[in-house]
Design a protein around this ligand. Structure first.
Ligand code: NAP
Length: 261
């Protein structure tokens, strides 16, 4: 608005002013990118990446799920990011809403998991432990599913969880995400991928634990009362850096990182 006002007051043609500035177009290249290279984790140290999809108005849900927001490229990226990760973290709300199963291998992974277990474990965040311990997320997992919970969890449900999963207890009345992620790192899971949902990611971002956000911007206007990708406290350090922007089929695939923890 300020720029418009200044130009109008000066009486000079707008085009002169709008040739200045630092905006650049997304260049169209005939070459396809190597996605595994493009999304490689840093070579060492813990790193927490989140992968989310949202419509143009910020809606992170369509019909109360996220599946209807993506396209084929988004699905391929979703699977690749799983392959690159040591562990895949998700909130119990998303597990229940989307009927999450365990992470399953896909042939497209090729060599990305060389030297590592065939799949990363699913890591579910839950206080209530209101999870289906007889469901595929626990019974069909190739590597044991991990449950992150807090000391406040119901003792009977905790016993059930321990019978079906690895359990990490961190924090008293609510999960302490920092402590939990350090426990995951101690188990060899340094390259973390968080697939939401907004309640879990909101807390992770607010705690200053988010190193990278991969955001698929879907060409949809949803309106309504859909959640945004963060549903939590105010984020103290809200300014990540754009690492790359890719496009396909009117979708944007944005990768934002922060340089240092
Ligand atoms: N657009 C996207 O990319 C995207 C991605 C993922 C999900 N979604 C959508 O988001 C919706 C679900 O998101 P949501 O925000 O409601 O749920 P969520 O973040 O997936 O999970 C929330 C649950 O996580 C547990 N939890 C959260 N914070 C905790 C803490 N500090 N300590 C212990 N447990 C904690 C609680 O589980 P208990 O209730 O078991 O205690 C809580 O109910 C679904 O509609 C899903 O489709 C969208």
């Amino acid at each position: 608005m300020r720029k418009f006002a200044q130009i109008a007051a000066s009486g000079r043609p707008a085009a002169v002013h709008y040739r200045e500035g630092s905006m650049r177009p997304l260049t169209s290249s005939p070459h396809h990118v190597d996605l595994a290279e493009q999304y490689a984790y840093p070579p060492d140290g813990p790193w927490l990446r989140a992968n989310m999809v949202a419509g143009l108005d910020g809606a992170a849900q369509r019909d109360e799920r996220s599946g209807g927001l993506g396209n084929e490229s988004d699905k391929r990226l979703f699977l690749l990011l799983r392959g690159l990760a040591d562990a895949v973290i998700v909130g119990a709300g998303t597990v229940r809403a989307e009927g999450y199963g365990p992470v399953r291998p896909v042939p497209e992974w090729g060599a990305v998991r060389d030297g590592r277990p065939p799949v990363p474990p699913l890591v579910i965040v839950s206080r209530s432990l209101g999870l289906d311990f007889d469901g595929p997320a626990f019974t069909e997992a190739q590597v044991p599913t991990i449950v992150l919970t807090c000391a406040d969890a119901d003792p009977e449900r905790l016993r059930e969880a321990r019978a079906r999963a690895e359990v990490i207890v961190a924090g008293e009345r609510a999960l302490d995400f920092g402590v939990a992620f350090r426990a995951l790192a101690a188990l060899g899971h340094r390259r973390l991928l968080c697939e939401g949902g907004p309640a879990v990611l909101g807390q992770i971002a607010a705690a200053g634990l988010l190193d990278e956000l991969c955001l698929t911007l879907s060409p949809m206007l949803l309106g309504g009362d859909a959640l945004r990708i963060l549903d939590g406290p105010t984020v103290p350090d809200p300014a990540p850096t754009l690492a790359h922007a890719l496009t396909d089929d009117d979708f944007l695939f944005l990768r934002y990182t922060r340089a240092t923890r």
